[in-house]
Every structure is written in structure tokens, then in C-alpha cells.
Design a protein around this ligand. Structure first.
Ligand SMILES: C[S@@+](CC[C@H](N)C(=O)[O-])C[C@H]1O[C@@H](n2cnc3c(N)ncnc32)[C@H](O)[C@@H]1O
Length: 266
């Protein structure tokens, strides 16, 4: 007699679920999008609260080399560089990579290497490093494949961050006036589950991604905020917002967005 089957989390293919979710709501951006953003980027500062929080949570004991995937201007690699012998920045945006090199030179990092490469390219010649990092750079179409690449290149540990809830902005007010809310991208929980299915026990920690959200005690202040963000508000939208505000009198503001920092030993 066969034992009756019961539903199990093991029946869910989280790698496939991620691919389907991302295919439905996201798209692969070309490097030109990030090239265009490079000009506005401030030089990395080890005192930036996010960078500090990320680097403090990394265990660099016994590590000499770090690979930073989607390194951008080098925030994480260059903050960790004083504790290491070699840092390797990988990015598909030539302008971001140029910033990384420029910042490494300005900081006097003796061995900083840059690799122009995408998540989806061949990584055969990307060097293995003790630690591999992907900070705020994991909006890939195939997470299972990307995690495999990080894992394969890490001799000791992997650290990545992924936005909790899959979106930056608080869409509560957009929804309150009745405007369409863009769908959220898949978030960190897919990553934890993909790794779990591979027998990897990942750690999860959280880093605040912005200032705490405001509390509006007067409707006029709330309306001004919504107008500043959404532009002109119609009468019907105002009426919806007023109803929402009345119902929220005792509600607390939503917590600020946060990054999930996922890490594991290889
Ligand atoms: C939000 S920035 C993060 C930069 C840095 N890691 C940090 O935390 O400050 C995202 C970076 O990922 C890079 N990136 C995005 N898609 C990529 C891809 N498919 N392959 C390689 N790099 C990519 C971008 O060029 C950009 O530099």
C-alpha cells in the first residue's frame, strides 16, 4: 500500500517560480541604463550607513580576495579593501567599472581589478575569491543561475542583498488615491528557498534602506505630500484619499524599506 501524498514545500520549484515572476513583472536592463546613472553617483564612503551595515556583517577572517558582482562605484569592495589583499569588481556597465577603478586609485587600493561582464555572460575566467558579494545588484531574470555563479566563485562565503518586498517606494498612498500600483519584483524569500532546496542553510539579516516613513496628523499635509509625489490630484482621488486618511487615524506608518542580507558558507 502506498502512503498518501501530502502537500509539501518541496513540491515547489522556487527557481522556476522566480523565473516566472520576474518574466511577468521585470525585464533585463541594458548596461546603458547604468552607464547613464554613473555620472550622478557620489564617491563611495565607508561611513555610508548601508555600506557600514553590510561590511560589519561580513566575516572576512582568513580572506584575502573579494569579488564584488555588480560592483557599481565600488561601495562594498572599496570599504572592505583595507582588510584584504585583492578586490575584484565585476559589472556590465563600462562607466560604472571606470568609476570603480577611479575610486580604487583615489583610495590607494594596491590591487583592484575590474572585469567588464554581465551576470549572464560566461564566467569561466572570473577568478575564484574567498568572499563573493552582490550588493543591491541581483535583479536578474534567472536567480537560480545567478546564485550558482556566486557559489561557484566563492572559496569561503557569499554575501548578497535583495530588497524586502521587491520595491523601493511606499505605494500605500498611490493605492489610497486609486492610482495603479506597479507590481513588485520577486524578493529575497525566493533566494532563501532556492538555496534551501540545494541544502544550503542561508543566514538572513536586515538593513534599513531609508528613513522611517512620515506620520501625517493633518489631511492637508498628507495631500501636499501626495501632490508632490503624484502630480495633480483629481476631486475623486482627493475624496478617496480623505476616506483612507479617516480610516487610518490610529494606524502606524509602514516601516521603512529594508534590504535582506543573505549569506552562506560554501
Ligand atoms: C544599485 S547598483 C549597486 C552597486 C553596488 N553594488 C552597491 O551596492 O552600491 C547595481 C549595479 O549592478 C550592475 N548591474 C546591473 N545589472 C547587471 C548585470 N546584468 N550584470 C552585471 N552588472 C549588473 C549595475 O551596472 C550597477 O552598477
Amino acid at each position: 500500500m502506498t502512503t498518501p501524498r501530502h502537500p509539501s514545500i518541496q513540491d515547489i520549484d522556487f527557481g522556476q517560480l522566480y523565473r516566472e515572476h520576474m518574466a511577468a513583472v521585470g525585464r533585463a536592463k541594458p548596461p546603458s541604463v547604468w552607464d547613464a546613472r554613473a555620472d550622478g553617483i557620489k564617491p563611495p564612503s565607508a561611513n555610508d550607513p548601508y555600506t557600514q551595515a553590510f561590511v560589519q556583517r561580513m566575516d572576512l577572517s582568513g580572506c584575502e580576495a573579494l569579488l564584488d558582482v555588480g560592483c557599481g562605484a565600488g561601495n562594498i569592495a572599496l570599504a572592505a579593501a583595507p582588510l584584504l589583499r585583492t578586490v575584484v569588481g565585476l559589472d556590465y556597465s563600462p562607466r560604472m567599472l571606470a568609476l570603480f577603478q577611479q575610486n580604487a586609485q583615489a583610495q590607494g587600493v594596491p590591487d583592484a581589478r575590474a572585469i567588464l561582464r554581465s551576470w549572464t555572460d560566461d564566467w569561466a575566467d572570473v577568478p575564484e575569491c574567498d568572499v563573493v558579494v552582490a550588493s543591491r545588484s541581483t535583479a536578474v531574470m534567472d536567480m537560480e543561475q545567478a546564485l550558482g555563479k556566486l557559489h561557484d566563485k566563492a572559496r569561503k562565503r557569499v554575501y548578497l542583498s535583495s530588497l524586502v518586498g521587491g520595491r523601493f517606494s511606499d505605494v500605500t498612498l498611490q493605492a489610497a488615491v486609486g492610482r495603479p500600483v506597479p507590481p513588485a519584483l520577486p524578493d529575497y524569500i525566493y533566494i532563501v528557498n532556492i538555496l534551501h532546496a540545494q541544502g544550503i542553510q542561508a543566514r538572513v539579516d536586515f538593513i534599513a534602506a531609508g528613513a522611517p516613513r512620515a506620520v501625517y496628523r493633518r489631511f492637508e499635509d498628507l495631500l501636499a505630500q501626495v501632490q508632490a509625489r503624484e502630480g495633480e490630484i483629481t476631486e475623486a482621488e482627493q475624496a478617496r484619499l480623505r476616506d483612507w486618511f479617516s480610516a487610518q487615524a490610529l494606524a502606524k506608518p509602514a516601516p521603512p524599506a529594508s534590504w535582506a542580507m543573505v549569506s552562506w558558507e560554501t
